[in-house]
Design a protein around this ligand. Structure first.
Ligand code: GRG
Length: 308
């Protein structure tokens, strides 16, 4: 256990069966993804095998879980949120496939397995990432839309989080920051975009699928933003405290690539404190739900204490 949080909401979260929730929702998401994606043998088989290889390599499915939990917090049906949970996971997996490429982070392992370009070659790995990103929009385009959130708003939400102002912007700033001294404000800019944007989009889409009210959407945005930032601070801590075997990807890479991270800038203890404060801010955003967001509370607590 990495970081303890004394927040009273976290006590309620402890009583929630999060392992059971994660197991059942992961199974539902995997089955839905299997239905949405072309079968592995569909021509051209190489690309469909590569897409499925990374998608079913054993990711934690945290973004889909957040999406489904947000729908439940707003009184919606998880079945309505399921396609959006799958779409977000496709965007996330694409970003990992491309992030691992030699031109980016150049990693050999991801999710405990060889990276896509190591198995299929760089060309197919690039195309598998492209195809997963495109697949996300094909899946999202199938949702029916809701009175407050018509179909185009849903697609726009996903496009904005994945695009050049958010996810891609974060990756650009991350690449350009390598080997340079950057400030805490610049590091926050990277984390907001590279990590928090897609986590926040996941909970917002879950809320939208429940036709949530504007104040519920604002609370979910506040929650997702802070959980997303805490997630990346913990990720940076794990990079220096865990082994490659524990993480399923190469540990210690941030330091070797001279990347700016919270542990590098403020040290491990202060980084843990920042992660705890961010999680407390995320908890505070859930007060509006008056106990109906217990799955989101449990997820926030789990993300703070995770060890991989
Ligand atoms: C446009 C060419 C091109 C590339 C874009 C946007 C991008 C590539 C990469 C950013 C991806 C990145 C590494 C973000 C950091 C977020 C993060 C810590 C991801 C790991 O998430 P987990 O731990 O992973 O949820 P699993 O494997 O469990 O799903």
């Amino acid at each position: 256990m990495l970081v303890k949080s004394p927040n009273p909401l976290s006590r309620r979260a402890s009583a929630f069966d999060l392992p059971g929730f994660l197991e059942s929702r992961t199974a539902a998401v995997n089955a839905a993804l299997d239905r949405f994606l072309p079968a592995a043998h569909t021509r051209p088989a190489t690309i469909h095998k590569a897409m499925r290889y990374s998608l079913f390599a054993g990711g934690k499915r945290l973004r889909p879980a957040l999406c489904l939990a947000a729908a439940a917090a707003c009184g919606g049906r998880e079945a309505d949120a399921l396609p959006l949970a799958c779409a977000v996971e496709c965007v996330h997996t694409y970003s990992l496939v491309h992030d691992d490429l030699p031109a980016m982070d150049n990693d050999d392992y991801r999710r405990g397995k060889l990276t896509s370009h190591k198995v299929f070659g760089e060309g197919i790995a690039i195309l598998a990432g492209d195809a997963l990103l495109t697949q996300a929009f094909e899946i999202a385009a199938q949702c029916r839309g809701w009175p407050r959130y018509p179909h185009r708003r849903i697609v726009q939400e996903l496009a904005h989080a994945a695009g050049s102002l958010q996810l891609v912007a974060g990756q650009v700033a991350d690449l350009e920051g390598e080997g340079k001294r950057i400030s805490r404000a610049q590091l926050r800019y990277i984390h907001e975009r590279k990590t928090s944007a897609l986590l926040c989009c996941s909970v917002r889409l879950g809320g939208m699928s429940a036709n949530c009210t504007p104040s519920q959407l604002a609370a979910l945005t506040d929650f997702g933003y802070h959980v997303g930032l805490a997630f990346q601070v913990i990720d940076d801590i794990l990079d220096v405290t865990q082994t490659s075997e524990q993480l399923g990807k190469t540990a210690g890479k941030d330091h070797r690539a001279q990347k700016a991270t919270y542990p590098a800038i403020v040290g491990l203890e202060k980084s843990r404190k920042i992660a705890r404060q961010l999680t407390d801010q995320a908890f505070a955003a859930l007060e509006l739900f008056k106990g109906r967001a217990v799955a989101l509370e449990a997820l926030a607590k789990f993300l703070l204490q995770r060890d991989r």
